[in-house]
Design a protein around this ligand. Structure first.
Ligand code: SAH
Length: 202
């Protein structure tokens, strides 16, 4: 199933013109499939209310829909959301995803599961706004973060109602548009982080 999801996700179209200020880049399909499959295996996707925060062109939301999640995709960039809709339609899950054009700060609903690849915020703390929101609105979260932020993330989660359930390392290539002061792609170490709300934090 993971291979099948990765194969389908390799057809997801990228941002037409990535906005540097929004740190837009698409999760590599293999990593997206790993994230979705890890969540699926723990019962956090199938027939669950799943939200993708900062859905971009739909990579994670579509992956979760392929794994039978009840998916909401939240994205503030209208153009990206349009591409996400097209991608979902092309991959046969257009009816299974609710697309919401919004800033994640405005979200008030609760969900079972957050999946996200938030801005890494090479120059700001936006990533932590996403993590804070995710821990607030869901009982399980699956997200990608820079390995260099690992200790801060652990502290942040420890001081919330969640605990870290899993952490796996990957190397990915970030495009030159991604806020670095270079014209080359950058190989960076990232973590796939899983958190779950603790009993007493419920
Ligand atoms: N989830 C996609 C895109 C990741 S890039 C994928 O995995 O391929 C992060 C996305 O977050 C971008 O599309 C950016 O436009 C969006 N974003 C950044 N800040 C946001 C905010 N405050 N509210 C909603 N979306 C935001």
């Amino acid at each position: 199933m993971k291979t099948e999801i990765a194969r389908k996700l390799s057809q997801v179209e990228d941002f037409r013109q990535p906005r540097i200020s929004l740190e837009q880049y698409m999760t590599p399909p293999q990593l997206a499939a790993d994230l979705v499959y890890a969540a699926y295996m723990r019962g956090d996707i199938e027939n669950q209310e799943v939200v993708d925060l900062g859905a971009g062109t739909g990579m994670l939301a579509i992956g979760a829909a392929l794994a039978s999640g009840d998916v909401t995709a939240v994205e503030k960039d209208r153009e990206a959301l349009e591409v996400a809709r097209e991608n979902a339609g092309k991959l046969g899950v257009g009816e299974d995803i609710e697309f919401v054009e919004s800033d994640i700060e405005e979200l008030e609903d609760s969900f079972d599961t957050v999946i996200m690849n938030p801005p890494f915020s090479v120059h700001s703390d936006t990533g932590f706004d996403f993590i804070g929101k995710a821990l607030e609105i869901a009982s399980a979260t699956y997200f990608i973060a820079l390995a260099s932020a690992r200790e801060r993330i652990k502290d942040f989660v420890e001081n919330s109602t969640h605990e870290i359930e899993g952490l796996e390392s990957y190397t990915i290539s970030l495009p030159a548009t991604y806020g670095f002061h270079t014209s080359e792609n950058e190989e960076v170490e990232v973590d796939l982080v899983t958190t779950r709300r603790t009993q007493d934090g419920a």
